[in-house]
Ligand binder design. Structure first.
Ligand code: ATP
Ligand code: MG
Length: 598
């Protein structure tokens, strides 16, 4: 086998899995965010793929193979040509046709099903692929954890009604739990954001990770678990202020800008302030009455109803932070960002720092739920060096929309049971999502129901990153010597290391190798002319679950050692008679596999 183990790794590899994947000869970097798999690594990669395939097939999903390069036209139909932004790699072919290198495949699957679907009898359709994706990530990092090219198992389902979608969505949820268990991974399923349009349910599968991009909000008592992009918390309206009968009045606040400065100037706490931020929302589909213009079945018209760019004034209690994902969801927007100073000055008619909801008419006011519970509050007065005191929400201003848009943190209280949240950093391995009608409506997918009436199917989508799953397995299973593969994902089950590949040792090693292959075990024989120390180090680094050492002084016995015992501190290897070695090894491997299968 082509083998390429390294003692040194580039300094950019900061996490264990990235370092070990490079050192053990799992991957090779070809470019920024572009990694090739080497033969050893590809074997482990295929193991993950096969687990995914088996579990998908088990729940009745069928494998498809759409193309990776997809006509841009399909992305225009769904509207995502304009909303996907820079992350999507677009190219033109020689005849000027726009093409997309798939970052995900809702469009491709929807178009495929549109052409094949005619009758309700065909539903539900549950399909998946295991295929290449490309996302032009700004900052690819941590090796294949966040690459530009990667492989995803992505599934899509089409249904006549919500009950059928629910049922299949739950099947995927169960399959995902089995998949990660079989890979030896501990995952935390959390409630997730459903995005701007049409989603009705969403769950992400996270692994705990110091370098995780996600903050998980967890309840120690009832098991509530959510991404902070979605997490809600119990109200905590007691700000220590009581309703005020005094009309609001202007207060001169020279040289006071920040909430902290204002708190000490006014001799109160930040909970007395209504913080007002001006946000720019992209593709907001919020109707004139605050309703959602997009998620109805007729969402084919929604594209024309969403506004490419619209500003909002967003109010929240002074001690809290706006969560931009929750805000985008409330505004039915594809994305939100803080407005530039220039826009703030134009909209508020005042320098930055004096925005407030009272008397603001240029843009709609969006309030966090925390604002509803406030009394006798302080706000910016839309004039330099001026604030209003004794402001009563509802009396002095009425928000266009009130929604839960705060960032929930550790220490906030669980909305279900009231216990205090804690939080963890996590990395997303998989995601299941009830999409609703977003794609089937915009791309005009229809079928005839029992009564011969034309209907639009409802859709779900389900993704798992193959590379990121593999890297996460290493992240969870390693020690200072290298990888410790769970048997289910290991590139080989067993490595035979002859102290020297000659004479009686060679004969014994060769015979054992053949015997193990006959038992359908995956075996690597280290026939290199290297010092034993080098071979042992490489075996540990590569993390093969079972190591059989064939040494002259032990023959006719061989030494068998489990790689995982090393981490557990059980140093002692076992001496087993050569003729029993194959049977003994097979027993260990199948035992471990059984545990992982659950
Ligand atoms: P992230 O928030 O980490 O960027 P995402 O929410 O954009 O991920 P999805 O669109 O839900 O990702 O894709 C499904 C899965 O694909 C993810 O759960 C992850 O395992 C994998 N994935 C996404 N982006 C990458 C990437 N750049 N490199 C490797 N795997 C990725
Ligand atoms: Mg996701």
């Amino acid at each position: 086998m082509f083998m390429s183990t390294l003692r040194e790794v580039p300094s950019e590899a900061v996490i264990a899995s990235h370092r070990l994947m490079l050192r053990a000869g799992i991957i090779h970097k070809l470019g920024n965010g572009l990694y090739a798999y080497l033969p050893l690594g590809l074997r482990a990669f295929r193991k993950v793929e096969n687990i995914l395939r088996e579990e998908m097939n088990r729940i009745g999903a069928q494998e498809f193979k759409p193309t990776v390069v997809v006509p841009g036209e399909l992305w225009r139909e769904s509207g995502r040509w304009d909303t996907m932004g820079e992350g999507m790699l677009r190219v033109k072919n020689r005849v000027g046709q726009e093409l997309v290198v798939s970052p995900t495949a809702e469009e491709a699957f929807t178009a495929l099903i549109r052409d094949e679907l005619s009758s309700y009898r065909q539903l539900p359709i549950i399909g998946y692929q295991i295929n290449t994706k490309y996302r032009d990530e700004i900052r690819p990092r941590y090796g294949v954890m966040r690459g530009r090219e990667f492989t995803m198992k992505d599934g899509y389902s089409f249904h006549a009604d919500a009950e059928s979608l629910d049922e299949v969505y739950n099947r995927f949820g169960q399959a995902y739990r089995r998949i990660f268990k079989r890979c030896g991974l501990s995952v935390i399923p959390v409630k997730a954001d459903t995005g701007a349009m049409g989603g009705t349910g969403s769950e992400e599968f996270m692994v705990e990770s110091e370098i995780g991009d996600n903050t998980l909000i967890l309840c120690p008592s009832c098991g509530y678990a959510a991404n902070d992009e979605k997490a809600a918390c119990a109200g905590d309206d007691d700000t220590g202020r009581v309703p005020s009968d005094t009309p609001y009045e202007a207060v001169e606040t020279p040289n006071v800008r920040t909430i902290e400065e204002l708190s000490s100037f006014m001799n109160t706490t930040s909970k007395a302030f209504i913080k007002t931020l001006i946000y720019k929302a992209h593709n907001s589909a919020l109707g004139p009455d605050g309703s959602d213009n997009s998620s109805k079945k007729q969402s084919s018209v929604s594209q024309s109803r969403s506004v490419p760019e619209r500003f909002y004034a967003v109010c929240i209690r002074g001690d809290l932070d706006v969560n931009e994902v929750k805000l985008a969801a409330a505004l039915k927007a594809s994305e939100v960002e803080l407005a530039d100073d220039e826009d703030v000055v134009r909209i508020t008619g005042a320098p930055v720092g004096f925005a407030g909801p009272v008397g603001l008419t240029s843009v709609p006011v969006i309030a966090d739920e925390s604002v509803s519970g406030m009394h006798d509050a302080v706000t910016g007065a839309l004039k330099a060096d001026l604030h209003y005191a004794h402001v009563e929400p509802g009396r002095d201003f009425t928000p266009f929309l009130t929604a839960d848009i705060r960032t929930v943190k550790a220490g906030d209280r669980c909305p279900v049971c009231g216990a205090e949240f804690y939080s963890k950093k996590g990395n997303e391995l998989g995601h299941i999502f009830k999409l609703g009608y977003k794609y089937t409506a915009s791309m005009n997918v229809t079928y005839l129901d029992e009564n011969g009436k034309q209907q639009t199917p409802v859709m779900g989508c389900y993704g798992i990153g193959v590379d990121r799953t593999l890297a996460s397995v290493i992240e969870e299973h390693n020690d200072s010597d290298g990888i410790i593969w769970p048997v289910s994902v290991a590139p080989f089950h067993i490595i035979i290391v002859p102290i020297k590949y000659e004479g009686a040792m060679k004969t014994a090693a060769d015979n054992l190798y053949r015997e193990l292959l006959e038992r359908n075990l995956e075996v690597l024989l280290d026939d290199r002319d290297e010092r034993p120390g080098v071979k042992f180090k490489d075996a540990d680094l590569m993390g093969i679950p079972l190591r059989i050492v064939v040494g002259e002084k032990n023959l006719p016995q061989v030494e068998i050692k489990e790689r995982s015992a090393q981490r557990a501190g059980e140093k002692d290897a076992r001496l087993v008679p050569l003729e029993e070695a194959a049977e003994y090894s097979a027993g260990v491997i199948s035992g471990e596999l059984e545990i992982l299968q659950g």
